[in-house]
Design a protein around this ligand. Structure first.
Ligand code: CIR
Length: 257
């Protein structure tokens, strides 16, 4: 499917107050803004029109809009972020997406679900059971997906501390091909898929996104870039260093449809 739009939200001055476990030091707010703008321009260059939310200083993690909503088959469902400090991000996302998706659904309590745990791979969706996404949230999403003709598989990542979200270590490359970090390479849920492992030392690059005919990958991971190019992909690398410091990456910065 070809994307025509994406929802984005630039970082506010409070960005460094967000949740992180990375030990990479605080992000530079000006550089984070510049990297976000470059990310937005790249999406536009690939043919997407952007729906831009205003920066929200009350929610430092709000640039990671992917965690707040899932779009599939021309419909949308609001997530219910598992981190209490992020719950309030959803209201403004609902308002923005309502224009495009008037029948928007929502994950309800006691379910929690972060969009970062949802990896769409064509007609199949992998749902991560994580510290953010509980069994009830995952089950609600699976039901919604099924009503939209999409099958899903649950992958429990709670015993993989390196993965905040499923998509931290899993990206769809198109067709039956998945890019994975070492932690997921042998996972039984991925049997029958063409699993490509990110090169050693480049685990962060397992989070990348296909935008129409192009793979966006994080800058600074040359072996992954080379691997994808050898697989025939057109690759554009973007510097998201300030987002890596806050445990986020390329997929987290937009909701695409
Ligand atoms: C958080 O901990 O919620 C943010 N600092 C990072 C969220 C990254 N989102 C994602 O991987 N989908």
């Amino acid at each position: 499917m070809r994307f025509t739009r994406a929802l984005v939200r630039p970082p506010a001055d409070t960005f460094a107050d967000g949740i992180t476990s990375s030990n990479l030091g605080p992000p530079d707010p000006a550089l984070a803004r510049a990297q976000h703008e470059t990310y937005c321009r790249s999406l536009e260059r690939l043919g997407l029109s952007l729906v831009r939310l205003a920066p929200d200083p009350a929610f430092p993690d709000s640039p990671f809009v992917e965690d707040t909503a899932i779009v599939a088959r021309g419909d949308a469902i609001l997530a219910r972020p598992g981190a209490p400090s992020r719950a309030g991000e959803v209201a403004s996302v609902r308002e923005a997406l309502g224009r495009w998706f008037p029948t928007i659904a929502r994950i309800t309590a006691p379910g929690t679900l972060d969009g970062g745990d949802v990896c769409e791979a064509g007609a199949h969706v992998f749902i991560g059971r994580s510290e953010r996404t509980n069994a009830e949230g995952a089950a609600q999403l699976a039901t919604w997906l099924s009503a939209h003709g999409l099958g899903s598989t649950l992958i429990d990542i709670r015993d993989v501390p390196a993965l905040l979200h499923l998509k931290t270590g899993l990206s769809w490359l198109g067709g039956r091909r998945l890019l994975v970090s070492e932690d997921l390479e042998k996972h039984e849920a991925l049997a029958g898929w063409n699993v490509v492992r990110v090169p050693a030392g480049e685990a962060y690059a397992a989070n990348c996104i296909r935008v129409n005919d192009t793979m966006l990958v994080p800058e600074g991971f040359p072996a992954t870039r080379e691997l994808l190019e050898r697989l025939g992909e057109t690759v554009v690398a973007l510097d998201v260093s300030e987002y890596q410091k806050m445990d986020g990456g390329l997929s987290c910065l937009s909701v695409r449809w």
